[in-house]
Design a protein around this ligand. Structure first.
Ligand code: HPA
Length: 247
């Protein structure tokens, strides 16, 4: 069973035929909400909205450990993370869909590991490739079959939020090699790896990042809402294709 963690603009999966919900408890506290179980095209899918059902949990307050632990306990075979991002690159325009291949983590102060040393052991994970290679390939193939253009070479910069960045911060991220910027990609990806859960991300470009293109003088929240509303349909279609054909 595949799980989808929905971000801003995707607090429900309209194409999910819901069977039931489960409120799950974890040693790390409460997940962002009840996990919804159902089917898409006859295949089992679980869904969890990262920011809660009323979009009440800001990125730095999301209980990433509880979310990942809960999905792992319910035996999901992989996780598709959906999130909105700002674009640093001129050719990645608002409304576009990105399947990032790398991450740079600028977040701080988040509970970012299950291996916190409390059990008296020190455990490291390999994170050379932060996203699961096979699951990414399946996502890319599903997008192709669905006829939706995606950019699949993109470095994701994870920022702390909830504020947006300064123009100088975006310039720095670009110098570092980042292409898109978002607030929720970490520690989520690393926690999935710690649990040995295949994890891949699909992002919708909501806006040009601070100081870039039409965000040169500021970022319009109104237009972000409109873009996300219009583009999440593509994400749903790709997920549907992925689930239906397995690729
Ligand atoms: N910065 C960080 N996170 C985001 C942005 C952004 O410009 N747009 C959507 N999520």
């Amino acid at each position: 069973m595949l799980a989808v963690i929905g971000g801003s603009g995707l607090s429900q999966l309209a194409n999910l035929d819901v069977s039931h919900r489960e409120v799950l408890r974890t040693p790390y506290g409460e997940p962002s909400g009840a996990v919804i179980f159902g089917e898409i095209c006859g295949q089992a899918v679980a869904f969890l909205p990262r920011h809660g059902y009323g979009h009440t949990i800001p990125p730095h307050e999301v209980n990433y450990r509880a979310n990942l632990w809960a999905l792992s306990q319910r035996g999901v075979s992989g996780i598709i993370s959906v999130a909105s991002v700002g674009s640093i690159r001129a050719d990645l325009k608002p409304g576009g869909v990105v399947i990032p291949h790398q991450i740079i983590d600028y977040t701080w102060g988040r509970k970012s590991t299950f291996h916190d040393g409390r059990d008296g052991t020190v455990t490291h994970i390999d994170f050379t490739e932060p996203y699961d290679r096979a699951l990414r390939a399946r996502l890319i193939a599903a997008a192709k079959v669905a006829g939706i253009a995606v950019s699949d070479v993109a470095v994701y910069a994870a920022t702390q939020g909830p504020r947006l960045e300064t123009a100088a911060e975006i310039d720095r991220f670009e110098r570092d090699g980042a292409d898109v910027v978002g607030m929720t990609g970490m520690p989520e990806a690393a926690l999935a790896r710690e649990l040995a859960l295949p994890y891949a991300a699909i992002s919708v470009v909501a806006n040009f990042a601070a100081g870039r293109a039409d965000s040169r003088e500021g970022i319009s929240f109104e237009s972000i809402e409109t873009v996300l509303h219009e583009s999440m349909g593509h994400v749903r279609t790709i997920i549907e294709e992925l689930v239906r054909h397995g690729h």
